[in-house]
Design a protein around this ligand. Structure first.
Ligand SMILES: [Cu+2]
Length: 223
C-alpha cells in the first residue's frame, strides 16, 4: 500500500517535471502563475508553473521540492581589466559591473583578472564567504581564503554576506582565473556589490574607480 503511494507520487512528480519543461520551452512568459500563486515567483521562472490551474497546488509544491535539482545554473563571466586596458589609467574596471540574474538560481561565476597588482583590504576580506561550499578556485585550486597581501580585488555583496577575494595575475599568466558559485535570493531585488581592495585613487585608494558605479562597484539585478 505504502509502496504504491510512493510510486504514484513519483510518477506524478515526473510527469509534472516533464510538462514543466515543456511549458518552459514553449512559453517565454516567465511569470505565468503569479496571479494564482504569488509567492514562488522564482520557481515560476524555472518553468515550475504550468498554466493548467487544476494542477497548481501540486505543481507549486513539486517545483519547490525540486528547485534544488531542476533549476538550471547560469554562467557569468567577469573580466577585471586594468586602467591601461580600459583607457583610463589608474581606473581598473569590472566588465560587466552590472548584470541581471535569475532569482533562486545557482550562478557559476568565472573571473578573469588581468590586473597584476595587489591592493590593501580591510581585515577579513581575504577570506571567502557566502559561496557554495564556502570556497573558490584560484587557477583551478580550491581555497577558502588567500593571503591578505595577495588580494587585488574582491567581489563583495554585503546583503548576502558574500566575499570573494581575487589575486593579481602572475607574470606567467595572461590573467588569474577565479571561479565560484553562489545562489541568488529567491525574491527579486538589487544586489549592490563593491570591491573592498583599495585599488582606486586618492590617498586611501578608495576614490576614483572604487567610488564609481560601473568600475569597482555595481548592481546585480535579481529578477
Ligand atoms: Cu578593486
Amino acid at each position: 500500500m505504502k509502496k504504491v503511494a510512493i510510486l504514484t507520487s513519483v510518477g506524478v512528480l515526473t510527469m509534472l517535471a516533464v510538462s514543466a519543461c515543456g511549458a518552459n520551452t514553449s512559453n517565454s512568459n516567465p511569470q505565468p502563475a503569479t496571479s494564482a500563486n504569488p509567492a514562488p515567483t522564482a520557481n515560476a521562472t524555472q518553468g515550475g508553473a504550468t498554466s493548467n490551474s487544476s494542477a497548481n497546488n501540486t505543481a507549486a509544491s513539486s517545483a519547490q521540492g525540486q528547485s534544488a535539482t531542476t533549476a538550471k545554473p547560469v554562467n557569468l563571466t567577469v573580466q577585471i581589466v586594468t586602467g591601461k586596458m580600459d583607457g583610463k589609467p589608474g581606473w581598473p574596471k569590472f566588465e560587466p559591473a552590472d548584470t541581471t540574474l535569475p532569482a533562486n538560481t545557482v550562478v557559476n561565476v568565472t573571473v578573469k583578472d588581468y590586473d597584476d597588482g595587489p591592493a590593501t583590504v580591510p581585515a577579513g576580506y581575504n577570506a571567502v564567504k557566502g559561496t557554495q561550499n564556502g570556497t573558490i578556485t584560484v587557477d583551478g585550486k580550491t581555497v577558502s581564503s588567500i593571503p591578505a597581501k595577495d588580494v587585488a580585488h574582491t567581489i563583495t555583496i554585503p546583503s548576502m554576506n558574500l566575499n570573494v577575494p581575487i589575486p593579481p595575475k602572475t607574470s606567467a599568466e595572461k590573467y588569474a582565473t577565479v571561479q565560484f558559485s553562489f545562489k541568488t535570493p529567491a525574491t527579486p531585488q538589487k544586489l549592490d556589490w563593491q570591491c573592498m581592495a583599495a585599488c582606486g585613487s586618492g590617498s586611501s585608494g578608495w576614490q576614483g574607480a572604487m567610488a564609481t558605479d560601473g568600475w569597482m562597484k555595481g548592481v546585480y539585478t535579481v529578477q
